[in-house]
Write a protein that binds this ligand. Structure first.
Ligand SMILES: [Zn+2]
Length: 417
């Protein structure tokens, strides 16, 4: 693989993962029209916003909820020599999905999946199928992209892939330096497996971690809970129940770290591996060079193992109007952001990706999401899709559609049981 290809895909992926759920708009009339695509999301102090905090709800009993049937994992260590290693994973009978999390001991390295071989030796995933020197890319899984020192492969990705056969699977990995040179590395590998009697329905437990300023504001806590219910409704339409397993307060400040940048605080916050829960971090904003982030996922898909990237982050203030308060419409928008970013974490890419000129540069590789030629055509056919890269809220709420193939990705995520 050439350096230039590696750099290209890294750039493209960073554009995808640094998903905004849209460049957020703060305009007071935002919810009456789609967010304009050239909105930089910079704080807008103009415009009236009559939003107000939601009515208090009666205090209920705190109840911890679980999904049951957690995935199980096996850890090992592999030596990458001259940039290459092969990992063998024994898949048990009845296993529905496999997630392989590979983390190099040097955080400056990049780890990617080269190929996946099923027990018969057939190649079922090949990075060369996705690395083109020209034309739109297909981000079927970011596992084949050198993005970080942590790599996450979920298999199968979608209903397009054959069901997981029992036996010995082989995954080959590359490790490289930032300049594309092959690297020696010690890679910690954790292989997760989950069984599931009903592949068309599932459950994902999520732990919500509030920054201290959010946790200290009862109106904000209620707004987050309201947004959570919106997100859960969106996912339920795809047959996956989002369970709010617990809400905890953390010492995180107002600006929470960007999951794409990674943080050792996130490694400890995401260390809930025995439950294989996802972690949603909520702060006032997300500390990122990208202005106006509504939310961000730490991968496509994200990791079930603890890692500096193993969270989804939500910034509430970008959802609030110029009054800095969250109205009902803005809480709905925050719910769409949560559903969108958790969608990335479960493995969904944007159905279309634009560059900074709003030219189409990529698709998600799923057969049943539309491919479109320019931004206007894409708005026509995809702006109601949950994973459209920009927030498009209107009179009937925000985008919430998921195609059958997208629903299959959510159901085949190894964190779904
Ligand atoms: Zn996104």
């Amino acid at each position: 693989m050439s350096i230039s290809t590696r750099t290209l895909v890294a750039l493209l992926l960073s554009a995808s993962v640094a998903c905004d759920g849209g460049s957020g708009s703060n305009g007071g009339d935002r919810t009456s029209r789609p967010v304009s695509l050239d909105d930089t999301g910079a704080a807008d102090t103009g415009g009236a916003d009559t939003g107000s905090a939601p009515e208090p709800e009666p205090e209920g009993e705190e109840e911890e909820r679980t999904c049951g049937g957690s995935p199980v994992s096996v850890r090992s260590v592999v030596d990458v020599e001259d940039g290459f290693a092969a990992v063998t994973v024994h898949v048990d009978e009845g296993t529905r999905s496999l997630q392989l999390v590979s983390e190099a001991d040097d955080s400056d390295l990049y780890v990617m999946v080269e190929r996946v071989y099923d027990p018969s030796g057939e190649v079922v995933l090949d990075y060369t199928d996705f690395h083109h020197s020209s034309g739109p890319f297909e981000l079927y899984t970011a596992a084949v992209v050198p993005w970080k020192s942590t790599n996450v492969l979920n298999w199968p990705v979608s209903a397009e892939d054959a069901p997981l056969a029992p036996g010995d699977w082989t995954v080959t990995l590359y490790a490289m330096e930032a300049d594309g040179q092959w690297a020696d590395a010690t890679v910690a590998v954790e292989a997760w497996q989950v069984s599931d009697d009903d592949p068309s329905a599932g459950c994902v437990p999520v732990r919500v971690v509030l920054s201290s300023d959010v946790a200290g504001d009862p109106a904000l806590v209620r707004a987050v809970e309201g947004a959570w219910d919106v997100a859960a409704d969106i996912w339920a339409a795809a047959g996956v129940e989002l369970i709010l397993a617990e809400t905890v307060e953390s010492a995180l400040g107002r600006e929470v770290p960007a999951p794409s940048d990674g943080s050792e605080a996130y490694r400890s916050l995401s260390a809930v591996e025995e439950e294989a829960m996802l972690t949603l971090v909520v702060g006032e904003g997300i500390d990122s060079d990208t202005a106006g982030l509504l939310g961000q996922s730490g991968g496509i898909p994200g990791s079930l193992s603890a890692s500096p990237h193993a969270v989804v982050a939500l910034g509430w203030l970008m959802h609030a109007g110029s009054d800095g308060q969250l109205s009902g419409d803005e809480i709905d928008m925050m719910g769409a952001t949560i559903a969108h970013e958790l969608g990335h974490y479960a493995g969904l890419a944007h159905p279309v990706q634009f560059d900074e000129h709003y030219d189409v540069v990529g698709f998600d590789g799923l057969p049943d999401t539309e491919e479109c030629g320019d931004v206007h055509a894409c708005m026509d056919v995809l702006s109601d899709n949950l994973m459209f890269p920009y927030m498009t809220c209107g009179g009937s709420g925000c985008q919430d559609d998921l195609s059958d193939d997208q629903a299959s990705v959510l159901n085949l995520f190894t964190g779904t049981r």
